[in-house]
Design a protein around this ligand. Structure first.
Ligand SMILES: N[C@@H](CCC(=O)N[C@@H](CS)C(=O)NCC(=O)O)C(=O)O
Length: 205
């Protein structure tokens, strides 16, 4: 059975959401952050980085939420519902860009923002200005691309939606989403999905 190492509260809930969408059985190992908000040392027993998500399956230990998502889709999404239509190079290229985007371009500015919020004021001006500008750049880009579509790539849930939802949730938690009503509506739609609700229930968020 798939084992999921889940650190509360963080992005591994999105891995669990994917497992729920795929209807897979899995065993959850839940870890709680320490007083500094970091993972406990025992998570290093699962993977040397000591970060989450990590899954174990078929004798392999797999880290990185994007890689885990691709592994799960390749291995268990037999109908290919989370991927673009086979043989469509343009659709595949767009799918790949949005799959990698959340952990690559979108996440770093929000992490900076989160760290600044935990720091005493006054904040370092260079870092503050960078974070401010980059968060706006990324969220505007996401909202412009999403437009009025139900999902990132159209009318059905695909793999990039998991990371995209994570970024929207983080922006929401940091109080950054109000200027982006289409992202907020998208986030609410995804969070209302029964599979997402089950993931929250089982992991505690
Ligand atoms: N790029 C990695 C990031 C993993 C990561 O930083 N996870 C956070 C949880 S959201 C973590 O484990 N933080 C605990 C720590 O760094 O101590 C991924 O997508 O899996």
């Amino acid at each position: 059975m798939i084992v999921v190492h889940h650190l509360r509260i963080g992005r591994s809930v999105f891995t669990v959401w994917l497992l729920e969408e795929l209807g897979l059985d899995y065993e959850l190992k839940i870890y709680v952050r320490n007083e500094m908000g970091r993972a406990p040392a025992e998570l290093k027993q699962a993977h040397p980085l000591g970060k989450s998500p990590v899954i174990e399956d078929q004798g392999m230990v797999i880290a990185e939420s994007g890689a885990i998502a691709m592994y799960l889709a390749d291995t268990y999404d037999k109908e290919g519902s989370l991927k673009p239509p086979a043989g469509d190079l343009q659709a595949h290229t767009e799918w790949m860009q949005w799959l990698l985007y959340s952990e690559a371009s979108a996440f770093a500015p929000l992490l900076l923002k989160l760290l600044l919020m935990r720091e005493q004021t006054p904040h370092p001006p260079l870092i503050s200005a960078f974070a401010e500008g980059e968060v706006a750049l990324q969220l505007n880009h996401m909202q412009d691309f999403l437009g009025d579509k139900e999902f990132v790539l159209g009318d059905r849930l695909q793999l990039p939606d998991f990371g995209f939802t994570y970024i929207c949730q983080m922006a929401d938690r940091l109080g950054e989403i109000a200027p982006y009503p289409k992202l907020k509506a998208y986030l609410d739609r995804q969070m209302a999905r029964p599979a997402f609700q089950r993931a929250i229930e089982k992991t505690g968020g």
